[in-house]
Design a protein around this ligand. Structure first.
Ligand SMILES: Nc1ncnc2c1ncn2[C@@H]1O[C@H](COP(=O)(O)OP(=O)(O)OP(=O)(O)O)[C@@H](O)[C@H]1O
Length: 131
């Protein structure tokens, strides 16, 4: 709550704190999750390829959508793994397995989507280099 009684002041502080926590979450995901680091490298590669092949504006939008889909599903997956581990205390449980496998399935779907987008955009451009 605002100490000076101004509701706007409280809102601003709340917003910046929420933003700070979200950024801390991203840094934690990057530091602790190997897959997030791997996908960050993949994002850099996509950026270099997009720049090299001079992809169009709409192609950039598809690539950005694919990148955000993969990274956000990966971070959701990690968050869920943490919650499941917290709940089970490390004990094996069929519900824990179900939840983790489903979250992994969501990441797989996003990765397949990204592969399709990359193939549709880059394959014809790569072929042009050889023919
Ligand atoms: N508490 C549990 N009870 C039953 N099965 C589990 C449990 N924890 C994990 N598993 C099984 O092991 C698999 C791997 O779980 P884990 O937590 O190691 O995730 P991961 O996919 O290896 O992720 P990361 O590589 O990011 O750690 C899960 O998909 C699930 O099938």
């Amino acid at each position: 709550m605002a100490s000076n009684g101004s509701p706007n002041n409280w809102k601003n502080r709340h917003f910046y704190q929420a933003l700070k926590f979200a950024l801390v979450g991203l840094v934690t995901a990057y530091q602790e999750e190997r897959n997030v680091r791997f996908h960050t490298l993949a994002v850099i590669l996509v950026g270099v390829l997009g720049w090299y092949f001079k992809v169009s504006g709409s192609e950039w939008l598809w690539l950005v959508l694919a990148v955000f889909a993969v990274l956000s599903s990966e971070i959701w997956n990690s968050a869920l793994e943490n919650v499941v581990d917290l709940t089970t205390g490390g004990k094996r449980d069929p519900l824990a397995k179900k939840a983790k496998d489903m979250a992994a399935g969501a990441v797989l779907l996003a990765a397949i989507f990204a592969l399709i987008v990359a193939a549709v955009i880059f394959l014809p451009k790569v072929m042009m280099l050889f023919y």
